[in-house]
Ligand binder design. Sequence first.
Ligand SMILES: Cc1cc2nc3c(=O)[nH]c(=O)nc-3n(C[C@H](O)[C@H](O)[C@H](O)COP(=O)(O)OP(=O)(O)OC[C@H]3O[C@@H](n4cnc5c(N)ncnc54)[C@H](O)[C@@H]3O)c2cc1C
Length: 382
Amino acid sequence: VRTFDVAIIGGGVIGVSIAFELAAEKLRVVVLERRQPGEEASWAAAGMLSPSPDSPRDFPLVPFAKESLRLYPRFVAAVEEASGKSAAYVRHGTLEFFFSPGAVAECQTRLRELQSFGLGAESVSVGEARRWESSAPSSARAALWLPEEGTVEPRLLMDALLEAAQNRGTEVRANCAVTGLVRDAGRCTGVIAAGEKISAGTVVLCAGCFSNELAGQPSPPFVVPTRPVRGQMLALRPLPNSVNLRRVLRSESAYLIPRRDGRIVAGSTIEEAGFNKHVTPAGMQKILNAALEICPDLAGAEIVETWAGLRPGTPDDLPILGPADFAGLLIATGHYRNGILLAPATARVVCDWILGAKPAFDVSAFSPMRFHGSKSQALSAV
Ligand SMILES: Cc1cc2nc3c(=O)[nH]c(=O)nc-3n(C[C@H](O)[C@H](O)[C@H](O)COP(=O)(O)OP(=O)(O)OC[C@H]3O[C@@H](n4cnc5c(N)ncnc54)[C@H](O)[C@@H]3O)c2cc1C
């Protein structure tokens, strides 16, 4: 039996960020990943660092998202220093465009909403936006400038994070599926992974949209109610000297993100398709139509890659973050559309819990207990 201070189930951006933070505290940490780390949602993500809400359902998340954005520069600098690798983090801001007949009013409502959360936003004329980004759409009727937003390249971030966590002493085991939790006298004391018992002072469940699978037999209802929400994406390479974006361009239907190598990533769909990761004609059509509305100059670009990933969705679109209902188990999952952005703040609060400190931010709204019935049990235990 191997013994660790912390065993983390899932090697996505959430699990590995937590490992990276804990390893700085000199804890013995193991990340257990059933495939290769970073190949699921964290690989598929666009990498926008945007705390602005997409709908009123996101409102409770905004303060936490703002905190995580505030932590980002320090987080990335630490990861890059510990790994020697770049995550391609930039803070070039976002231009949002409005196209509908009611665009001007819609834009003003959006501006007030963003400002009410203390998010940096100002309205700009479409002409001014086009002076900054010559490929911005002349057909837009209104525009907003969100100067604080940034991006990372999630695949680079994952690569750097893994290296950084390992350089700090974290053990990462690939092809090592966790099939159950070990419970002893009402406390979670470890996991069964690849048939082996691994003991740990604390277990952290970070299995993304698959977290629900560990709810076990018999499955207690609604303990970790994650579900996969498919997002399709594509990457374009503009014709030489045609499109040269610096900022993120966004509408309510799509976004365009410039990558360091000149490619432009376009996304996304939000689909209930189970665990199916196919790219579909309808998905591509939807993204391309909306992408060309934002940036018509991309019409002749080459489509260089298409892919899809599964976001960890939850019933209320909010993360599931906090202690479970038995000691020794923490849950950090359900980051839905914002896991790349939320990784630093999530890692910080999980680290605080494990060290016995009061979490740096109030995350009680995300407690796993909100899904529990009056008499709850926790995950499957063996
Ligand atoms: C198309 C798309 C675009 C996105 N764009 C953005 C964006 O712009 N900005 C942003 O902030 N977020 C974005 N997201 C969301 C973000 O990708 C996710 O919220 C985040 O990656 C979730 O990270 P995770 O570590 O929880 O999950 P994952 O990356 O899915 O990692 C979970 C890991 O757990 C492993 N696992 C599962 N079960 C077990 C088990 N039993 N034992 C061991 N390991 C197990 C899996 O193999 C996987 O590697 C996007 C997502 C998608 C799909």
